[in-house]
Design a binder for this molecule. Sequence first.
Ligand code: GDP
Ligand code: MN
Length: 389
Amino acid sequence: MKAHEYQAKQLLAEFGVPVPRCGVARTPAEAKRIAGELAGEVVIKAQVHAGGRGKAGGIKIVSSPDEAEQAAKAMLGSRLVTHQTGPQGVPVNVVLVTEAIDIERELYLGIVIDNVAGAPVIMASEAGGMDIEEIARTRPEKILKAYVDPTTGIRSYQTRRLAYGLNLKQEQIRPASDIIGNLYKLFQAKDCSLAEINPLAVARDGRLFAVDAKLNFDDNAAYRQKAVADLRDTSQEDPLEVEAKSKGIDNYVKLDGNIGCIVNGAGLAMAVLDLLKQAGGGAANFLDIGTMNDPERVVQAFRILTSDRDVKAVLVNIFGGMARVDIIAQGIVNASKQMEIKVPVVVRLAGTNVEQGERILKDSGLKLVRAYSFKEAAEKAVAAAKKSS
Ligand code: GDP
Ligand code: MN
């Protein structure tokens, strides 16, 4: 799960990381009022779950409350397209109005889990600002790293070493290592998968500020992070993914191909994506209906896929283990009774109760494209999608 910059900054402040004074506006008039209270130059920042706002017109520095109102008016209600969003962009419903910092240098600070090391890694760089991904690619030596042993926690020598590596003035070492230590505390306390300050600004007066902030949270910890769950903003998420989650389908991810897939088991789902690619096509989604014996779940899956206009064919590929193939087959029949499925449906069934499942499909009289091997299923799905698009 992701949070907005304004929510992330609120948490940073609670954990002792200095952030510029700011206020949240949902109307241009509010933006004007906040700008008036902050006085001087302010920055209007579109609040969306995507980075790269600076280059996309989502960050505007203005010098009067009237200009703040104008900038907010242009952003609110629009959709922002950045290199991290699709071409359809994400809606801007909130802007953050912050005091403008007179920035001397832009540093980078980030914490993620390093899956290979099996530990959180803190990254710090002098090359902060808008192009950290580019730096990671071309000059990885510019990024300092410190691995944290999660059982002992972060050590003060680690935060100091990183702070010294940022070429700060002597009097800035203490504040910088406090920021690093506090960011780690927040990362751990809130079960983050990413905590990033980019830029960590060195102001001309020598103070340090988190000018931008990004937090992602590990969904596996949602059960013990109720306050974090309240930060969720579904307007920023794919509507079909939101619907899937509300129907108990946790493993639905929208992709950019045109074959809607209904699969059980994440491993099988991944294999299906590969096979479709090999057959010259592409999946419109990753959908694992899980191990269940409820035909209604299959119906829900069809409901989601048929409301996705990118889907030109549906591929049902089920290997019944604990899940029973006859129940899945019943789900396919129920779905076709409850909704109009306009695209061809390719079905491949194997495993537990496959004979009963086959009989249910046959007796239903449904027009389905049948396949009996994995490869055949993928090839037929690709062909069907090509034909119907
Ligand atoms: P992002 O593009 O989505 O990462 O948004 P940021 O909040 O990081 O802003 C992008 C860039 O705008 C920063 O790297 C800064 O160069 C600039 N910027 C943002 N806030 C301020 C500010 O208060 N003062 C100044 N001078 N520049 C700012
Ligand atoms: Mn940024």
